[in-house]
Write a protein that binds this ligand. Structure first.
Ligand SMILES: *Cc1c(COP(=O)(O)O)cnc(C)c1O
Length: 460
């Protein structure tokens, strides 16, 4: 039997086990059973390898998270060392471990100004869920128990637990699960490309910000707990706010005494060219949520960071805070996150994302503006979006949005590139370690796949 055939049989066995027993996140299981799952077996640098030995360049850093690239010894060793010394102990009841203590200290150095106390969770969703609980608790301690409604935005993604999914503004996350829960409402987002019409991006930014003010006035400021938002909306289609948007949002939150909770799960840890999206957009948050890049995805860990306003109240409470996870501040996850942050600092990955690496990526991205299928590109740091359109002048989409995007994404898979399709918006978010030549390779493949999609559609 040839080597290839042997591997194929192994792949088939995995696919069969998987189809029979594995309920996947965000998957149409009927389709999966028919096609068989792609089995990713290893990864190195910016490349993934499947069980057939096929190499793919990972233009998405996993799910926007592998900042330092795959296969980093430093992180593996930090995890191994912690596993041997202290594989587990909890942080309940007046206890800590060295890794969680050191990680809190390190986070206070890199986080946006004023954010200096951290609660640990295991995922971005749990982080937001925890933030919602901490905000409810804060307003209760403050003697304002009516301030309970959370305002988030359309097309936002904040995770999938009952509360985080309620916060999320992507409509398909709700009906299957009878969500959103009461107390969660959504306002406009600054998606100029799709919704700006004849407005300039700045006019659209003000329009979106005004919808927050209108909603606060409608609900009554005395009933509003917090506004929650990503600096750049990720899963909603890489929506980059116009320059005037965030200043206006902050003015509104301050005016009505509404807490500002910033979801940094994608933007955090260098993605936008600074440590946090708050730094890039001049946001002064009351609290932030982080996950993904915190450990570069090597371990499940998240953190909610709080500033003095909320932190002082929680730290000075006489009662026990009845919230926490068995694995909050897990020693192995904390050790790996700490090694990840140290590696990012040693290799100046944030500075590079905001400097030469990001500039080269943005230059290659902008070159796709001229492609006949592309109605516009946009990006910041190591984030990029490519809008596939039918009409380049009016930004008009193809009918049945998502079909062409899926077609392009399938060409990408076949040609060795992971590029995500969100509707007909193609999205890139590679590891921060990507080199210039790897960036060139990524965009050469992206162009080839856009060409193949154009050919399918008969677009010259
Ligand atoms: C991914 C994501 C989450 C959810 O994180 P999980 O670890 O998948 O629970 C929350 N917020 C944002 C902005 C995200 O991109």
């Amino acid at each position: 039997m040839s080597q290839t055939a042997a591997i194929s049989n192994q792949t088939k066995r995995w696919q069969e086990m998987d189809a029979a027993h594995h309920l996947h996140p965000f998957t149409t299981h009927k389709d999966l059973a028919r096609t068989g799952a792609r089995v990713i077996t290893r990864a190195e640098g910016v490349y993934l390898y499947d069980s057939e030995g096929k190499r793919l360049i990972d233009g998405m850093a996993g799910l926007w998270c592998v900042q330092v690239g795959y296969g980093r010894e430093e992180l593996a060793e930090a995890g191994y060392k912690a596993l041997k010394e202290l594989p587990y102990y909890n942080n309940f009841f007046q206890t800590t471990n060295p890794y969680a203590a050191e990680l809190s200290q390190k986070l206070s150095e890199v986080c946006p100004k004023g954010i200096d106390r951290f609660f640990f969770a295991n995922s971005g969703s749990e982080g937001n869920d925890s933030a919602i609980k901490l905000i409810r608790y804060y307003w209760n301690l403050m003697g304002k128990p009516k301030k309970k409604t959370f305002i988030a935005r359309k097309k936002s993604y904040h995770g999938v637990t009952l509360a985080a999914a309620s916060l999320s503004g992507l409509p398909h996350l709700h009906p299957q699960f009878d969500l959103p829960l009461p107390g969660f409402v959504h306002v406009e987002c600054p998606d100029w490309f799709a919704e700006g019409g004849e407005r300039t991006p700045e006019e659209h930014g003000l329009f979106a910000a005004k919808s927050l003010e209108d909603k606060i006035l409608e609900l009554g400021a005395e009933n509003v707990a917090a506004f929650v938002a990503e600096p750049v909306q990720g899963a909603g289609g890489l929506i980059i706010p116009p320059a005037n948007y965030w200043a206006e949002i902050q003015r509104i939150c301050r005016k009505y005494d509404v807490l500002l909770h910033i979801d940094e799960v994608i933007c955090g840890f260098g993605r936008t060219g600074n440590w946090f999206g708050c730094d890039t957009y001049g946001i002064e948050p009351d609290m932030i949520n982080m996950a993904k890049g915190l450990s570069s995805g090597y371990q499940p860990i998240a953190a909610v960071g709080v500033g003095a306003r909320v932190g002082d109240v929680l730290f000075n409470s006489d009662e026990e805070m009845a919230h926490g996870y068995t694995y909050s501040g897990h020693p192995v996850a904390a050790a790996v996150a700490l090694a990840n942050l140290e590696l990012m600092q040693k290799e100046k990955l944030v500075e590079k994302a905001g400097g030469a690496t990001g500039a080269h990526f943005q230059k290659r991205l902008a070159e796709l503006d001229a492609h006949p299928l592309v109605g516009g590109t946009r990006g910041v740091g190591l984030l990029g979006a490519i809008e596939i359109v039918k009409d380049r002048k009016t930004r008009g989409k193809f009918p049945d949005v998502g079909t062409v995007g899926a077609q392009c994404r399938n060409h990408c898979f076949s040609n060795g590139l992971i590029m995500r399709a969100i509707g007909d918006t193609m999205v890139l978010s590679p590891p921060l370690t990507i080199t210039e030549s790897e960036t060139d390779e990524l965009f050469a493949l992206a162009r080839r796949c856009l060409d193949l999609t154009a050919k399918d559609l008969g677009v010259a």
